[in-house]
Design a protein around this ligand. Structure first.
Ligand code: HAM
Length: 428
């Protein structure tokens, strides 16, 4: 019996993938741009374990969040300790900073990660049980320039990847004081509508009423549309922070809309929250999202240092790229494909293939097809740019045919000169 991959997961293949966004060369390209851009902004890579103690996410992401309540892959290890596959990266990075005493080595830390995340959600287009996030986290700076920096980094990556028509939504969920004031106003507004709310929202009413603003239920949305705005309940400090952030975004020419309905589904946020939306993805229209989480380190026993960051789902970024027909360079193809005809030519071709590879010219060789047309088909399938056909007769005089597979043009070349010739035409 064939074994299939688990529901909500997918393979990333060099070719033969179900969908173009599942091709490994696209992933490599996107990851390369991300790494380059993150480095230019001063962010360095952090890698944390794929599973953590469940308690980390209970405390960090929040016991009442959907992620913790419904979506974690949680299992006991052989000693009955509860472990969970990480559903997101922020809590793990905070834990790693505290555990490795990084705040004692400097007040400011800027990290990024590109990692698989796991959420037991109902799979659909744009929503997977294993998805991949690029995330960036900046620790140590409380002022709104840091919020603007991570938003700018996120948008710069989208821009470099060729994504268009994205909308940035920003909001402030304030500090604890602001949220308490708002919670009271929101509950007072929702109380007369309590019976009309969805079952999920009625559960949230006591535990975490702000999350009701996030509800997808149509009736909830209708009720929430007239709810008071959190922006009218911000403390003076939170209000100033938000105004400054908006001012900085204006200064660096990042267009945004203020959207007081964004609350985010994770409990660690305070002050700034933001989401980047696309019209290309249907229901799963959030390409990336983030916010400020001052106090998260302290929650894990670290110092009371501020932090702000974001994460973007790579599947969604790739899907938008494909929907918007963005082209990308294909760098993992052979440049030249050697086709030997007969045993004598085979030895020479193998030597030439090795010589190309030793000279950084991507090369491959036909070792199975008996006839030239079949060999050319193989060269085309692996998307080589040139093939070099080595026949026994030509070998005797030291020449071969170099064929441009796109234009079908053929040139006779002297084999002794092939490496310098290829070096001049190979540009990547
Ligand atoms: P999040 O909004 O839960 O935030 O996820 C970030 C992004 O990951 C989403 O905007 C979406 O693009 C992608 N994503 C989430 N779940 C799935 C899924 N099941 N399938 C495909 N893509 C998905 C966080 O995780 C926070 N840790 C972000 C953050 C970092 N905030 C501050 N720093």
């Amino acid at each position: 019996m064939k074994i299939q991959r688990p529901k909500g997961t997918f393979d990333i293949l060099p070719y033969g993938a179900d969908e173009s966004w599942q091709l490994s060369d696209l992933w490599q390209y996107v990851e390369k741009i991300i790494r380059q851009t993150a480095a230019e902004y001063g962010y360095r890579e952090i890698r944390t374990p794929i599973y953590e103690h469940t308690e980390l996410f209970n405390r960090g992401v929040g016991e009442t969040s959907d992620i913790v309540m419904k979506e974690m892959f949680t299992f006991p290890d052989r000693s009955e300790r509860s472990l969970s596959l990480r559903p997101e990266g922020t809590a793990s990075v905070a834990r790693a900073i505290v555990e490795n005493n990084l705040m004692q080595q400097g007040a400011i830390h800027k990290f990024f990660y590109i990692s698989p995340m796991f959420r037991y959600e109902r799979p659909q287009s744009g929503r997977y049980r294993q998805h991949h996030q690029f995330g960036a986290e900046g620790y140590g700076i409380a002022s709104p320039e840091q919020d603007a920096e991570v938003i700018d980094l996120m948008l710069q990556i989208y821009h470099r990847l060729g994504l268009k028509n994205l909308k940035v939504h920003v909001n402030s969920v304030g500090d604890l004081e602001s949220r308490q004031a708002y919670k009271a106003a929101l509950m007072a507004y929702l109380t007369p509508h309590f019976a009309e709310l969805s079952a999920d929202s009625r559960t949230r009413f006591e535990k975490n009423p702000l999350r009701i603003l996030d509800s997808k239920d149509p009736k909830d949305r209708e009720i929430v549309a007239k709810a008071p705005s959190i922006l009218n309940h911000l403390s003076p400090d939170s209000k100033l922070h938000f105004h400054k952030l908006c001012h900085i975004l204006d200064q660096i020419q990042i267009p945004y809309v203020v959207d007081d309905r964004i609350v985010r589904g994770l409990d660690y946020y305070n002050k700034t929250v933001f989401e980047v939306l696309t019209e290309n993805l249907g229901a799963q229209n959030t390409v990336g999202a983030g916010g400020r989480y001052d106090g998260l380190l302290a929650q894990f026993g670290g110092p009371d240092a501020p932090g702000v960051g974001f994460a973007t789902g790579l599947e969604r970024v790739l899907q938008v790229m494909m929907a918007q027909q963005v082209s990308y360079p294909k760098t993992d193809r052979p440049f030249i494909y050697f086709i030997p005809m007969g045993d004598g030519a085979r030895e020479k071709a193998f030597n030439l293939t090795a010589a190309c590879r030793h000279n950084h010219i991507p090369a491959d060789i036909e070792l199975s097809a008996k006839k030239v047309p079949a060999a050319i088909q193989n060269a085309l399938r692996c998307e080589a740019q040139y093939c070099c056909i080595l026949g026994t007769n030509e070998l005797e005089i030291g020449t071969a045919q170099l064929k441009n597979l796109a234009t079908r043009e053929e040139t006779e070349i002297v084999l002794d000169h092939i490496i310098p010739i290829l070096k001049t035409i190979f540009i990547r």
